[in-house]
Write a protein that binds this ligand. Structure first.
Ligand SMILES: Nc1ncnc2c1ncn2[C@@H]1O[C@H](COP(=O)(O)OP(=O)(O)OP(=O)(O)O)[C@@H](O)[C@H]1O
Ligand SMILES: [Mg+2]
Length: 261
């Protein structure tokens, strides 16, 4: 792939199935009904287990479309998407819904908490859908995300940052193999957005695979270890970066060095 940078031990040698591959998109296109051009125009990419990847690109470039397809919320026009070894195209509607419930956590820009349920009740919903009592797991997440003291409050009485933490806890209650987040800091002020990203980075350090869409280059380069750039429904760059605390200018420097090798 043009512009692909490989740093460290990662190998994408085109092998069928690296041991640790979690997501693979192969020649994925998406044309919405009534769309003049494709929202995705031939995306092929592989995400390893444990990676923290940011997807960046201009408005309308296909970022949310890509995330929704990986989540099984929508289907591609052509191409295949495999998550955890499951070919999503082979699942029917019920199978896809089950797949989402059991394996995917999704965090949205505007939280989407149910207003008539408390924070804790919101967090427990996905577990209840599985028929699980997850009180201990919920307590652990409340603690980890620093929202134990607001567990019994309704969303209207929570700050934006608190609401997003509740949404993150809800996304994680079923221990999903993949956490997807579409602009999770987009509705938060800079400081709160930074805190939410710190939390995501902490989850990543504990092994959580995260695929995140963000407009914020600073946040992406500071916390994610890989930045995929999308434009007009195509991947135009894919950079893996080794050292933490990278400034955007560092990313460009790293890429230049790698390319000239
Ligand atoms: N449900 C839909 N029906 C028709 N066209 C759509 C639909 N959703 C997205 N599109 C179109 O597909 C293209 C990609 O949209 P997408 O939402 O994936 O972009 P994005 O990169 O997430 O943009 P943003 O940064 O503004 O969220 C755009 O041209 C958009 O107008
Ligand atoms: Mg979007």
């Amino acid at each position: 792939m043009d512009g692909r940078i490989v740093v460290g031990t990662f190998r994408d040698g085109g092998g069928e199935n690296g041991m640790s591959e979690l997501v693979r998109l192969t020649d994925v296109t998406k044309v919405y009904q009534g769309g003049l051009t494709g929202a995705l125009n031939g995306i092929s990419v592989s995400i390893e287990k444990g990676e923290f990847t940011a997807i960046m690109g201009p408005s309308g470039s296909g970022k949310s479309t890509m995330l929704n397809l990986v989540a099984g919320l929508d289907r591609p026009t052509s191409g295949t998407i495999a998550v955890g070894g499951t070919d999503l195209g082979k699942l029917g509607e019920a199978g896809l819904a089950r797949f989402r419930r059991d394996h995917i956590g999704f965090v949205f820009q505007f939280f989407y908490l149910l207003p008539n349920l408390t924070a804790l009740e919101n967090i427990l919903i996905p577990a209840q859908l599985m028929g699980n009592v997850a009180t201990a797991r919920a307590a652990e997440l409340l603690d980890q995300l620093g929202i134990t003291d607001v567990a019994d409050r309704y969303p209207a009485r929570l700050s934006g940052g608190q609401q997003q933490r509740v949404a993150v806890a809800r996304a994680l209650i079923n221990n999903p193999m993949l956490l997807l987040a579409d602009e999770p800091t987009g509705a938060l002020d800079t400081h709160t957005g930074e805190q939410v990203m710190e939390l995501l980075a902490g989850l990543h350090r504990q092994g959580q695979t995260i695929l995140l869409v963000t407009h914020d280059a600073k946040l992406a380069t500071r916390h994610a270890a890989r930045v995929i750039s999308v434009m007009d429904g195509k991947i135009v760059d894919d950079a893996r970066l080794e050292s933490p605390e990278r400034a955007p200018s560092d990313v460009i420097r790293v890429r230049t060095e790698e390319v000239s090798r």
